[in-house]
Design a protein around this ligand. Structure first.
Ligand code: BGC
Length: 374
């Protein structure tokens, strides 16, 4: 029959195309005849077909304003090249349109996987749907990407857990350094566009709220909502201005005992403002184990930080990219999180709290940071 013949011709043409494409090694197979993925995997639309071992991989970072992102920039370049891939690694200077354009150009340049640390978790929907339609796998890095189906998984340190460690460290530090309570404290959050920031705050409040309720902790300003405490764009100077105002407005005849800080840059801004206001240094939490804060912890100026080693996060991401390259799809995730549009697989790593007491232990295998402890 005519139609049958046309169908078989079409099929033959499709087969030849697939073979030709596979033969040149650079393209993804999009036919449904691909071998079924292993039961444990949740392959991306195209990931199950694999791609060339020297394919282009895009990495879109939000900015290089904190040490962890600078490390990610260097490590992705080095480790992707070492794994045989061509790497396009860019950062967007905290600007949403710039990041959208960078991802757009990674799509145009034939990237097979795009790794994204979003500037704003909810502003990449359109460009990532486009990546998805082009058969590109998208991995969220450190931060979740929200309100899009164009994400195949996210690699991160537990963000609620990180906040819990920050809140607990603040409580422990107050008990260790500020005698018996009640303690006067203030709360700071990170950049509201970053989906990690409300989670860090939420995790911390899980630990702190009961102590506020029973009177052990007094938030003298009364500012306890994330929106009141957030620091636009994670900008240290904005945190320092808010701390200056809190101290002049509420602490002219009071001592401040402790401050919840979402990362190390903001912790140092808070400590500097406190010193300038003539306060004794309060107990301050942190995040990232930035070199300068590791030194401040060692000298007793900052109480704690939370380490989330960049090499481990980058290593895990590259492991996933290799699985996609080999045609094994996304590995089985540790858990899932709903991003507003779909359940996203989470590859979750464990953050570690660091104080002067355990710093040598935590950094035993990190010669750079270990050298700062002297
Ligand atoms: C990261 C932190 C970082 C912050 C500001 C967060 O999403 O998890 O490590 O300090 O962004 O750059």
């Amino acid at each position: 029959m005519k139609t049958k013949k046309r169908l078989s011709l079409l099929l033959a043409a499709a087969l030849t195309m697939t073979t030709a494409l596979t033969g040149c090694g650079g393209s993804q197979q999009t036919t449904s005849s691909a071998a079924p993925a292993p039961a444990s995997s949740t392959p991306a639309a195209s990931g199950a077909a694999g791609f060339s071992a020297d394919a282009t991989i895009g990495v879109a970072l939000p900015w290089l304003g904190t040490q962890n992102w600078k490390e990610a920039d260097e490590m992705f370049r080095a480790q992707l090249e070492a794994a045989g891939f061509k790497a396009i690694v860019q950062h967007a200077d905290n600007k949403v349109p710039q990041q959208q354009q960078q991802i757009e150009s990674m799509i145009q340049n034939g990237a097979k996987v795009i790794v994204v640390g979003p500037v704003d978790g909810s502003q990449l929907g359109a460009v990532l749907e486009e990546a998805k339609a082009a058969g590109i796998s998208v991995i969220g890095y450190d931060r979740l990407i929200e309100n899009t189906t164009g994400i195949d998984g996210v690699v991160q340190f537990g963000s609620i857990k990180t906040g819990e460690l920050q809140g607990q460290a603040l409580l422990d530090g107050l008990a260790a350094q500020k005698g018996k309570g009640p303690y006067n404290i203030e709360l700071f959050g990170g950049g509201p566009a970053d989906p990690n920031a409300p989670n860090f705050f939420k995790g911390a409040m899980k630990v702190l709220q009961p102590k506020i309720d029973d009177g052990t902790l007094v938030v003298v300003s009364g500012q306890t909502d994330f929106t009141q405490c957030a620091t636009m764009d994670w900008d240290n100077s904005k945190a320092q201005s808010r701390m200056d105002s809190l101290l002049s407005g509420f602490y002219s005849n009071k001592e401040i005992d402790g401050v919840l800080s979402p990362n190390d840059g903001i912790a140092r801004a808070i400590i500097t403002a406190s010193e300038q206001a003539g306060q004794k240094i309060p107990v301050v939490s942190g995040l990232d184990a930035e070199n300068e804060s590791v030194e401040w912890i060692w000298s007793g100026k900052q109480y704690s930080t939370v380490a989330k080693p960049t090499d481990v996060l980058v290593g895990k991401t590259i492991e996933i990219i290799k699985s996609l390259q080999a045609g094994k799809g996304m590995p089985a995730p540790d858990s899932t999180v709903n991003n507003g549009k779909k359940d996203v697989g989470v590859y979750e790593l464990a953050p570690i709290v660091v104080t002067k007491e355990n710093a040598k232990e935590v950094f035993a295998k990190d010669p750079g940071r270990l050298a700062l402890l002297k």
